[in-house]
Ligand binder design. Structure first.
Ligand code: DX5
Ligand code: ZN
Length: 221
């Protein structure tokens, strides 16, 4: 199974964003997590298309776009054209999740579906065979630097079991509060994609990425 660290630039210093992304690459990350917030689905605003297309030119990373916006289907084309490689949307925000999945596929992008901590896993199960990744939120979406919710690991375990039973290698991503102390619990539950904002961008960026990657690699072997 492939294990990936996806640093979230929400915690970066936007004054020197290019330099910070170069450091993420230096540390060995292959993905970059881009948190898009609309002030409606979540009570916060982040950044949008201009930032994504600007950094696209400077970064050779898998752009993992996490849409925290109402009716995400409206912006799939724009984010695909701005440089997304994968687009994850929230099941709670989409009137028609199936149509949203089809729209992402239409642009040849990887599809992710996400659920908030209070949303039961059953809500996404009808779409499981149509997506590449499930993002299990381990904090309430909207802000960085919150506490990891250990009780979300039941969802991760149940998903990994389903994926194994179906003979698939589903990407199971966790997002929120991931750091050296919490990533092991997520690994043991069966997650293989780890979003980390503050744990990467506070302090020595390449070192932080390397140490998270190392924990995942040690777990694997
Ligand atoms: C929360 C975002 C996360 C956040 C993670 O809405 O989706 O990606 O940036 O930040 P940390 O790692 O600081 O919890
Ligand atoms: Zn995110």
């Amino acid at each position: 199974m492939e294990y990936v660290i996806a640093p979230s630039i929400l915690a970066a210093d936007f004054c020197i964003l290019g330099e910070q992304i170069a450091k993420v690459q230096e540390g060995g990350a292959k993905w970059l997590h881009l948190d898009i917030m609309d002030g409606m689905f979540v009570p916060n605003l982040s950044f949008g298309l201009t930032v994504v297309s600007s950094i696209r030119k400077a970064a050779d990373l898998f752009f993992d776009v996490h849409l925290m916006i109402e009716e995400p289907v409206r912006y799939v084309k724009e984010f695909a054209e701005a440089g997304a490689d994968g687009i994850t949307f929230h099941v709670e925000a989409a009137k028609d999740p199936k149509a949203t999945i089809e729209e992402i596929r239409k642009f040849g992008k990887q599809v992710g579906i996400s659920l908030k901590p209070g949303t039961p896993l059953e809500v996404i199960l009808p779409y499981l065979d149509q997506v590449d990744m499930v993002l299990v939120m381990t904090v309430e979406p909207g802000f960085g630097a919150q506490k990891f919710m250990y009780d979300m690991m039941d969802k991760v375990r149940a998903l990994r079991k389903l994926s194994d039973e179906q003979g698939r290698e589903l990407f199971i991503q966790v997002d929120g509060g991931i750091k050296e102390e919490t990533i092991r619990d997520a690994l043991e539950a069966g997650a293989n994609s780890f979003v980390a904002g503050s744990a990467v961008f506070k302090g020595d960026i390449p070192r932080n990425v390397r140490s998270l990657l190392q924990i995942a690699e040690e777990y694997q072997s």
